[in-house]
Ligand binder design. Structure first.
Ligand SMILES: NC(=O)c1ccc[n+]([C@@H]2O[C@H](COP(=O)([O-])OP(=O)(O)OC[C@H]3O[C@@H](n4cnc5c(N)ncnc54)[C@H](OP(=O)(O)O)[C@@H]3O)[C@@H](O)[C@H]2O)c1
Length: 223
């Protein structure tokens, strides 16, 4: 896909993989909208930040109302916003579970449903869900986080089948540990880390594949 003149939305734009990806997409000539709670700092005329808490449907709807006022449709949606919370099951509070589900899974559904009508009308579009290796295999202390990312992969896989006949590509990327702010908050320390820009570049490569190629699910981890 040639990104020049295309419209992209990236959730979780204020740091890490999302921030890097916003930079890469604007460099390619796309009009990029970043959604996050904290300010997303990017000096590019092609970039617009819309303050959005993706756990709040009204904020997501307000953000998409603006994007769709300014552009006929969204060509690319990257559901990237997310955080990690790890711990023994008895230490996880129901509110933690709900916040994790709302951010890592429900937000992807709420954002996706706003872009589908335009993508169907245009008979094209690409949706990339940023899941995790934790969405492919379970690990100790990761019950809630893994549940959100397994869920995101299930959502992605089912939607890919539903929408491929419409010319819309839905795929997911499952990164292993990546050097971002994620681990400052997650309370765990991985031994090896990938570079966030390299992971963002892989997402860009998935998006840039020819329109008739569906990358499906990519798993990538530190060597
Ligand atoms: N780092 C890793 O090792 C790794 C591995 C596999 C998958 N992932 C996934 O990669 C994605 C990006 O994470 P990252 O590693 O780049 O970490 P990060 O630097 O902490 O970035 C997370 C982004 O998500 C946003 N976000 C979180 N809650 C939000 C909310 N309620 N509303 C709007 N935005 C929200 C944050 O923005 P605000 O705080 O400003 O709202 C931030 O921009 C996540 O889905 C994560 O699960 C990360």
């Amino acid at each position: 896909m040639d990104l020049k003149g295309k419209t992209a939305v990236v959730t979780g734009s204020s740091s890490g993989i999302g921030l890097e990806l916003c930079g890469l997409l604007t460099d390619k000539g796309a009009s990029v909208y970043g959604f996050s709670r904290r300010l997303t700092t990017m000096n590019s005329p092609g970039f617009t930040w819309i303050q959005t808490d993706v756990t709040k449907q009204e904020e997501i709807d307000r953000a998409f109302d603006r994007v769709l006022r300014e552009h006929e449709c969204v060509d690319i949606l990257v559901n990237n916003a997310g955080f990690g919370l790890f711990g023994a099951i008895e230490a996880l509070e129901p509110e933690d579970w709900s916040r994790l589900m709302a951010t890592n899974l429900t937000a992807a559904f709420l954002c996706t449903r706003r872009v589908i009508p335009g993508m169907k009308a245009a008979r094209r579009g690409t949706i990339v869900n940023v899941a995790s290796i934790a969405g492919k295999r379970g690990f100790k202390s990761g019950s809630a986080y893994c549940a959100t990312k397994f869920g995101l992969n299930g959502f992605s896989e089912a939607l890919a089948e539903e929408l491929r006949e419409e010319g819309i590509r839905v795929c997911s990327i499952n990164p292993g540990s990546t050097d971002t702010e994620f681990f400052d908050r997650a309370g765990i320390e991985p031994k090896k880390l990938m570079n966030k820009k390299d992971v963002a570049s892989l997402i860009l490569a998935m998006i840039e594949l020819p329109d008739d190629m569906l990358p499906d699910q990519i798993v990538v981890r530190p060597l």
